[in-house]
Design a protein around this ligand. Structure first.
Ligand code: ARG
Length: 464
């Protein structure tokens, strides 16, 4: 009994008089998901040990032993040979235990002036910083792919919609640039979040700091943090940086979801604006003719889980008194899944953007339906001196006539058009073409092809 007891409660030692049940052990352990923090845990431990040595808290021989042991542990983990034990609860205790096995007392000295509370907070920040850097690079690649698509179609006309009704002609390039703008703001949000992620909790120890003469600035510098967390209680207890990241991630997914919705609609045979390369689609097990846009549909669906993770973390935090509570162990799975989902989605979308074929003729035909240039006729009358409200009314009557006759505004003769307003002259027909309509919206942010091309050049400049 005593032998078993000492084995099962190894990490906590003499304080406990009975071991936890297997269920409690499984319930409280995190090793099976937090082991993915291992490389960051080692990086943080090595920086801590370097500081302990530099400040004379441990001696150089111990530091050298810790480095030797950690090098081996790293290799064991990378080779998949490291034995993760549920008994040792989490990634931190597993690695520390193995270190002590390998280097003896030096391993036992590593935890001087530190607690798992500031250790885990440091690990998550290191992990998240790396994840943000990956995501930032993927957002960049995705935007470059969208810019290529926009450039190929700076002049390709499609109907622009409001309320899913044909509104005004736009170019497909302009439509793609709208997404470039969204993903640019997403990248800004990631960069902003990174600044607050990149602060060092180590040194806070359990909650109050430590009695050892530590040098936190030194550890921050070693680990590439911009600053140290300035209050020990806050350092170990808040996960606002992770929540902020999840909020930024939820917005990226929301933008991807809106784009997915459009891709799905555009690929429907009833619309037929685009085709998506086969490698992003699947067939049906029963209907041989089907080609389904699974990737955009799944991305739209996965947005739900990412949004859910944001709410999970907010809820996790809201009831916690200061400082660290075990609740915080629950931050990892939502955070990891957010990173994984976003990373995979962005990687696939950057590739998929190169696999979109635009069916310009179908888009053009759709833009010719639904009186997309009616506003242009109204604007024309205004430029001839008619107040806008009167112009709107005159054009509404013209549209009504065309609806009754089943024709387009451009099918009316000059004389017929003049029955709605005597201000109409022969130059109206150029105004009512799709090309005339888009070219006329010639200002920053407008859909005129030359503006689209300038916006693409500008965006490329920003992305360099
Ligand atoms: N596995 C824990 C976590 O993820 C590490 C910190 C544990 N600290 C503690 N006092 N039990 O949060």
């Amino acid at each position: 009994m005593t032998a078993q007891l000492s084995k099962k409660s190894e990490a906590w030692s003499a304080r406990f008089s009975e071991p936890v049940s297997d269920l409690v052990k499984r319930y409280t352990a995190s090793v099976f998901f937090d082991k993915r923090l291992a490389q960051f845990d080692i990086e943080g431990s090595l920086a801590h040990a370097e500081m302990l040595c530099a400040t004379g808290i441990i001696n150089p021989a111990d530091y050298a032993e810790i480095q030797r042991g950690m090098t081996q542990i790293r290799a064991e983990i990378e080779a998949g040979q490291f034995e993760w034990l549920l008994d040792l609860e989490d990634v931190h205790l597993n690695i520390e235990k193995r270190l002590t096995e390998l280097v003896g007392d030096a391993g036992k000295r590593l935890h001087t002036g530190r607690s798992r509370n500031d250790q885990v907070a440091t690990d998550i920040r290191l992990y998240l910083r790396a994840a943000i850097d990956d995501i930032t690079a993927l957002l960049q690649a995705f935007r470059l792919a969208l810019l290529d698509l926009a450039e190929q179609h700076a002049d390709t006309i499609m109907p622009g919609f409001t309320h899913m009704q044909v509104a005004q002609p736009i170019t497909f390039g302009h439509h793609m640039l709208a997404y470039v703008e969204m993903f640019s703001r997403d990248a800004e949000r990631m960069a902003d979040c990174r600044r607050r992620v990149n602060r060092l909790p180590l040194g806070a120890a359990a909650l109050a700091g430590t009695t050892f003469p530590i040098d936190r600035e030194r550890v921050a510098k070693t680990l590439g943090f911009d600053a140290v967390c300035r209050n020990s209680l806050d350092a170990v207890s808040d996960r606002d940086f992770a929540i902020e990241f999840c909020a930024a991630a939820a917005l990226v997914m929301t933008h991807i979801s809106r784009m997915s919705e459009e891709l799905v609609i555009w690929m429907s045979p009833r619309v037929g604006f685009i085709d998506i390369a086969d490698r992003f689609c699947t067939g049906s097990s029963i209907m041989p003719q089907k080609k389904n846009p699974d990737v955009p549909e799944l991305a739209r669906g996965k947005t739900g889980r990412v949004n859910g993770h944001l709410i999970a973390l907010l809820t996790l935090m809201k009831g916690q008194p200061l400082a660290y509570n075990k609740d915080n162990q629950e931050d990892k799975e939502p955070l990891f899944d957010t990173v994984d989902t976003l990373t995979d989605t962005l990687r696939i979308f950057a590739d998929m953007a190169t696999g979109i074929t635009v069916k310009a003729d179908t888009m053009r035909a759709a833009a010719l339906q639904g009186f997309a240039t009616a506003t242009d006729l109204a604007d024309y009358l205004v430029k001839k001196g008619l107040p806008f409200r009167d112009a709107h009314e005159a054009v509404a009557r013209a549209v009504r006539t065309c609806v009754d006759r089943g024709c387009d505004l451009t099918d009316l003769t000059l004389d017929e058009l003049r029955t709605f307003s005597s201000l109409v002259e022969a130059d109206i027909f150029a105004v009512l073409t799709l090309e005339g309509s888009v070219a006329a919206r010639d200002h920053i942010g407008g859909t005129a092809p030359n503006q689209v091309k300038a916006a693409i050049a500008n965006a490329r400049q920003q992305l360099r």
